[in-house]
Write a protein that binds this ligand. Sequence first.
Ligand code: PLP
Length: 380
Amino acid sequence: MGTATSESATAGTVRYWDYLPGYHRYREEYLACCDEVFSSGRLILGSQVERFEREFADWCGVPWGVGVNSATDALFLSFKALDIGPGAEVITVSNTAVPTVAAIRATGATPVFVDVEEETSLMDVGCLEKLITPATRCIVPVHLFGQAVDMAPLLALAGEHGLRVVEDCAQAAGACYREIRVGGMGDIGAFSFYPTKVLGAFGDGGMAITASDDLHRRLKRLRMYGMEGGYYAEEEGYNSRLDEIQAALLLRGLGRVEEQVTRRREIAAMYGTGLAGIDGLGLPSARPGRTHQYYVYTVRTRFRDRLQAFLAEQRVETRINYPTPIHLMRGYAFLGLKPGALPVTERLAGAILSLPMHPFLTNQDVERVVEAVRRFFRQL
Ligand SMILES: *Cc1c(COP(=O)(O)O)cnc(C)c1O
């Protein structure tokens, strides 16, 4: 992949994320692909979705994939397929995208939050056991930022207590834990193809993957009104399908995802070298035995808000993933959790900042970000 030639969409600004350079590079191919689908006579649940389900699941090392509308739905339908509903407790983290928790709530189950590790921002697996009650049914590890949660002790604990595991893989498609890709370790893995994700569609999309024939069958009928064929519902179902057009575009994307992740890792390495040794700045790192997809590149500093404002002046876009832990949001106040409930999660929320990251950043873009961050710390 070219590293130093593609131009920024907004000249002068280093974009946090941008799909347009990729679109312009492969435009002819994308347009031909749209024409192929539009001319095929089949727009819903046809050969493109089938092929993408097969190829994506295969890439993840799992036999079955069910294309759905989003990761939110992949999570929700996974819980339904596992008969998780009112009265059940589902353990997850509070420093995730709201949809992780929204999907749990949509089933009527209760989310229970576990704190995270200081170093990785990932679920602190060592804190899980004391949260398990007779009502606990499921653990939802979130492979945040592109790196896998420490799955071996989590799976051992789930096995001991008879708990289900649904992996939230929305940020980490393709990430490995001890050579196993995320999504294939728990009962079901939920993926997002929201445009910004490691593998992004041109709209919404998601997938649930599983090794279980029974869960596969259940997921397929839940996404389609509870039907297995004909106009007959075997159970109460929903409508959550991946479109043929998105599946066709995602198949093209899947063919390039490894090379794009390689570029993300190159950019992360440039950031790592360029920003090393700055007092008061913490950098992300891949844990041994795990690969990092660098969906986002998140640094930490107690000067976070000032750094973000400085970078904005230098026309470097940044984001905070995420500024408010979910248990402290107004929409989830009914859960009754107060500040201090999850100390590490809350502390990190005030310190993290995500730098520009997407496969079409040029080396000059990355150098500009590095230079701007260094300048900020020099003038402190
Ligand atoms: C993006 C994301 C989701 C939701 O994905 P959608 O496809 O937008 O529903 C869920 N969990 C995490 C961790 C995410 O980053």
